[in-house]
Design a protein around this ligand. Structure first.
Ligand code: SAM
Length: 189
């Protein structure tokens, strides 16, 4: 069984868009308790191929075979450097299921989660290989627009995805960017 309901969401997204392939190097931001890493581990066939999985979370994540898991804040430069080294310099995919702790104040929560999205994207633009993908939780509410623009400048396709396992009344959805070409402008944000 999976450690989290979130695992089902990634399965549904991957069934539809076939992001995870054997041998890939994948970074998972906000990986605890480890559901997404479980799915990624099965689908990149660790142990058979040279797949590399790297995860980070503020909280502990129970061990996952062949995954390098860091405990700490992904927004720290030192942490980003460690993750990049652990993945072998470049990644085929960066995934983020991070959300800020909710305050109950909707606009504040939206801004804080969008700030995490922006940091995750910045990191992805630094580590992705050509044709790589970026998948991240994205609360819709307006502030995310400039982040989406930056994605459109750097990836061939950007789409919103909402897995059916994600409750339909929630503002939670995901943004999926594929076909990284890195035409940049990362420094503007
Ligand atoms: N995808 C995970 C799974 O399948 O098990 C569930 C992730 S959970 C919804 C979001 C996680 O993001 C939380 O565990 C939280 O600690 C983490 N998080 C939030 N901000 C973070 C940060 N700045 N650095 C690292 N992790 C962070």
């Amino acid at each position: 069984g999976y450690r989290s309901r979130a695992a089902i969401k990634l399965e549904q997204i991957d069934d539809r868009y076939q992001l995870l392939k054997p041998g890939m190097a994948i970074i998972d931001l906000g990986c605890a308790p480890g559901g997404w890493l479980q799915v990624a581990s099965i689908r990149t066939k660790l142990g058979i191929s040279k797949a590399k999985l790297v995860g980070v979370d503020l909280l502990d994540t129970e061990h996952i075979v062949d995954a390098d898991i860091f405990v700490g804040d992904m927004t720290d430069d030192a942490m980003m450097t460690q993750m990049q080294e652990a993945v072998g310099g470049a990644a085929d995919g960066v995934m983020s299921d991070m959300a800020a702790d909710t305050t109950g104040h909707r606009a504040t929560d939206h801004l804080r989660t969008t700030a995490l999205l922006e940091t995750a994207l910045d990191f992805a633009l630094d580590v992705l290989r050509k044709d790589g993908f970026f998948l991240a939780k994205c609360f819709r509410g307006g502030a995310e627009r400039s982040v989406l623009d930056l994605m459109r400048q750097n990836f061939k396709t950007v789409r919103h995805v909402k897995p059916t396992a994600s409750r339909s009344e929630s503002v939670e959805s995901y943004v999926l960017a594929t076909g990284f070409h890195g035409n940049g402008l990362a420094d503007i944000l």
